[in-house]
Design a protein around this ligand. Structure first.
Ligand code: SAM
Length: 293
């Protein structure tokens, strides 16, 4: 017999086809909520398996929609799945999956931008999601700030955003998002999907990215790093001695960090920006943290 902690067998194909669920509940996609569904269970299975969740992990899914990826996650070694969905229409439509999951699936009706997944799921936890593209970047930044609390994040982005997450210095896509992402995490591209993989198809290509917490991130203050990268990449064609002027002490920051004043933002690696953030933080007392919206 299976050990008591092993999840109950779950057959993602045993439930009604997703197209039937969509027809029965009248779930036409809403553009304003970034709804592009994955209806091919082979594909959702591939995404769920690519997360490589260790047994006993709780999977957090943002935006289960009609539940294709949710079903696939229930077929992995995840001990539980917690799915956060903002669109009430799906809550009812997902009840069949909740029942079939025998206690392993919890649906939370909420805006993922305002909930803390750590409060919904015990460690070890991981996030796996086909993200709504209109809020994908703010969601990612919120999770990155606390990435040490997650085993991994396996996320579908539009390809152009995924390219920025993993871009290296010297490339066109390298910018603030690359620095902040790679400061906190090891991020790698798993695979791309064409628009036709989704219903309705989005206008752009999509990419699944896998992020794990970086073992030893360079010490730096999040807000100082944000300010330094905003100044540097805000004028990315200018030399740093010019673009960092808005920070008040460009020459001193560059001298203290040993960075060539004539270098441009896209030449500076993550360690360089972390050093700039530390030097900036040491000279500039930060005000109180901004109020949450
Ligand atoms: N996981 C489903 C799939 O792969 O077919 C749906 C993915 S669809 C790209 C994005 C989902 O996120 C939709 O179900 C949408 O309603 C939901 N969503 C959009 N904004 C959200 C938010 N702020 N909080 C939680 N869910 C949201």
């Amino acid at each position: 017999p299976a050990p008591a902690s092993a999840p109950a067998a779950f057959d993602p194909q045993a439930l009604p086809p997703l197209r039937d669920v969509i027809a029965r509940f009248g779930l036409e996609a809403r553009k304003s909520l970034g709804q592009n569904f994955l209806l091919d269970l082979n594909l959702t299975g591939r995404i769920a398996r690519s997360a490589g969740l260790p047994a006993g992990t709780t999977a957090i899914e943002v935006g289960p929609g009609p539940g294709g990826l949710t079903r696939a996650l229930l077929a992995t070694d995840a001990v539980k799945v917690v799915a956060i969905e903002r669109d009430r229409r799906f809550i009812e439509a997902l009840q069949d999956v909740v029942e079939a999951a025998h206690g392993r699936l919890t649906i939370v009706e909420a805006d993922a931008l305002t909930v803390d997944p750590e409060e919904l799921a015990p460690a070890p936890r991981a996030i796996v999601a086909n993200l709504p593209y209109n809020v994908a970047t703010p969601l990612l930044l919120g999770w990155l700030a606390r990435i040490e609390s997650y085993v991994s994040l396996t996320l579908m982005f539009q390809k152009e955003v995924a390219d920025r997450l993993v871009a290296k210095p010297g490339s066109k896509a390298y910018g603030r998002l690359s620095v902040i992402t790679q400061w906190r995490s090891d991020a790698r591209v798993l695979f791309n999907l064409p628009p036709r993989a989704f219903t309705p198809p989005p206008k752009v290509e999509s990419t699944v990215v896998h992020l794990t917490p970086r073992a030893n991130p360079e010490p730096a203050d999040w807000r100082a790093l944000e300010q330094v990268t905003a100044a540097a990449f805000g004028q990315r064609r200018k030399m740093l001695r010019q673009s960092l002027k808005s920070l008040g002490s460009a020459e001193a920051l560059l001298e203290e960090t040993g960075i060539t004043p004539t270098a441009r933002a896209e030449e500076i690696d993550v360690a360089g920006f972390a050093a700039l953030a530390r030097a900036f933080r040491a000279r500039t007392p930060l005000g109180p943290p901004p109020e949450r919206p």
